[in-house]
Design a protein around this ligand. Structure first.
Ligand code: NAP
Length: 445
């Protein structure tokens, strides 16, 4: 990979890159199948990704005709890498073995190790014979929706594809590595004004929030809608705040510290709730929710904006879901994509049906949604949320920090990029967008 990196750094042409040999192995972060029971009896919070995530050389897989090899300059930690590394709710090797049974190309993924990571920015170094729109030398970001384009069920909304998968979570050969293998329809142009690590941190969370807030497939927010956003300085929450503001809505951001509250205000989110300072106790014990606490949250939202939220951006899951259903406005939507605190959800259905609310599920984004979300980053209308950066060798530390809710926005990971700040192709546009805006989250990192 050193030869490829040197070629990229010296500005080699696409043709020159295309002629470089693809190495037989590359450095990658992975979990091992024979370690999936290493956490038996250990509480979730004590499961330490530094023990389960390894960084070493792995064999380079063969390239399918519809795929590209991308030299990964930078990647990012997503919560799915936390799930994979703590083997919860299930080890991800089951996904790989199912994929392995699908086809000759699927069989490549069924290995005793799982290379993780669902974000990347880098340079295309080789494309398969069926790839039309991309070529070696293209500077790209990668979105994580891996779909079979010969599956009819994927042709209305590809997220409905029967064998839709998240790359680097439900497939092998993910982005936390020096090289990755992706389908050509995962590629998007790298925003030219961003560094590698700033460009790498967006696709997964940004596209998810785009679908949840903007897309007709989920939130379909209108101008003037009020949106309650849990974890509003987190990965998906921080993009959600930007979409609500850009779309003429009113965000009410929930966070858990004064520093995060301040960061939200700096982003232009005027209405902020510090859930820790307010001490909400939605569950009085493990089995019982306290409706008076839901009401207290509802009152707090009304005291800020004078009404109930039209949309609740929901992902904490069990700890907040009852409250989210309760506080949504009559006719409002609870848009959910996750359940960080627990997936067995409980809410009072009377509040849902009597007030004609709906629960809308959302999961990542189709190619067009991801492309639109990426274009907004490239146009400087959505900012990256990079708060800190680790080298690939510290992937375990980086995942642990996300696991323990110690980070804001996104945690970047340098793969081939030897240092931060490289890869900016359009410094003039960067200046126009504003360094302060682009690096706002670095202040807390
Ligand atoms: P993140 O960066 O860790 O942010 C999550 C935020 O949620 C935290 O900053 C925290 O904010 C808040 N939070 C955590 N536990 C909470 C609780 N019990 N009650 C209220 N708020 C809580 O994670 P992320 O990247 O935003 O991802 C969030 C979840 O969405 C994860 O479960 C992830 O797997 C999932 N996800 C799903 C998709 C999809 O496509 N389906 C895509 C991306 C992410 P405060 O402590 O400041 O309140």
């Amino acid at each position: 990979m050193q030869q490829i990196l040197e070629a990229i750094q010296s500005g080699a042409s696409g043709d020159d890159l295309a002629h470089l040999p693809i190495p037989e192995s590359y450095r990658a972060a992975f979990v091992k199948k024979d370690e999936t029971d290493m956490w038996e009896g250990v509480p979730s919070a004590d499961k330490d990704p530094r023990k389960s995530l390894h960084v070493a050389e792995v064999a380079t897989p063969e390239l399918a005709p519809d795929e590209a090899y991308v030299a990964v300059m930078a990647s990012a930690i997503n919560f799915n890498t936390v799930w994979t590394s703590i083997f919860e709710p299930l080890p991800t090797f089951g996904f790989l073995s199912r994929l392995g049974k699908e086809s000759r190309w699927g069989a490549r993924h069924d290995l005793p190790y799982h290379v993780v990571g669902s974000d990347a920015a880098g340079v295309v170094v080789k494309v398969g014979s069926a790839v039309r729109n991309w070529k070696p030398g293209d500077r790209v970001t990668v979105h994580c929706n891996s779909v079979d384009d010969q599956d009819p069920s994927a042709h209305d909304d590809s997220m409905l594809g029967a064998n839709q998968r998240i790359w680097g979570f439900e497939t092998n050969f993910g982005g936390l590595a020096d090289l990755t293998v992706v389908k050509a329809n995962q590629l998007m142009p790298k925003p030219a004004h961003l560094s590698w690590e700033e460009a790498a941190c967006n696709a997964l969370c940004n596209s998810t929030s785009y679908r949840m807030i903007v897309s007709k497939h989920a939130g379909a927010m209108k101008q003037g809608d009020a949106v309650l956003i849990w974890g509003a300085t987190g990965g998906i929450g921080g993009y959600a705040v930007q979409y609500v503001l850009n779309g003429g809505g009113t965000p009410v951001g929930v966070v858990s510290s004064p520093e995060r509250a301040e960061l939200l205000r700096e982003m232009g989110c005027e209405h902020v709730i510090d859930r820790k300072a307010n001490g909400y106790k939605f569950w009085s014990d493990e089995h019982t929710q306290d409706e008076s606490e839901w009401r207290r949250l509802g009152k707090d939202v009304r005291s800020l904006i004078g009404r109930d939220p039209d949309i609740v951006f929901e992902h904490p899951g069990r700890s907040t879901f009852g409250a989210s259903v309760f506080v949504a406005a009559r006719g409002g939507k609870i848009v959910t994509c996750a359940a960080t605190s627990g997936y067995m959800i409980e809410y009072d259905n009377r509040h849902l049906w009597m007030k004609l609310k709906s629960i809308v599920s959302s999961h990542f984004a189709n190619y067009q949604e991801a492309w639109n979300a990426n274009r907004l980053v490239a146009e400087g209308k959505i900012q990256p949320l990079l708060s800190r950066v680790h080298p690939l060798t510290e992937v375990g530390e980086a995942a642990l920090a996300v696991h323990h809710n110690e980070t804001e926005g996104k945690v970047g990971v340098l793969c081939l990029a030897p240092s931060e700040g490289l890869g900016i192709d359009d410094p003039a546009f960067r200046e126009q967008v504003g360094e302060d805006k682009i690096t706002r989250f670095r202040r807390l990192g």
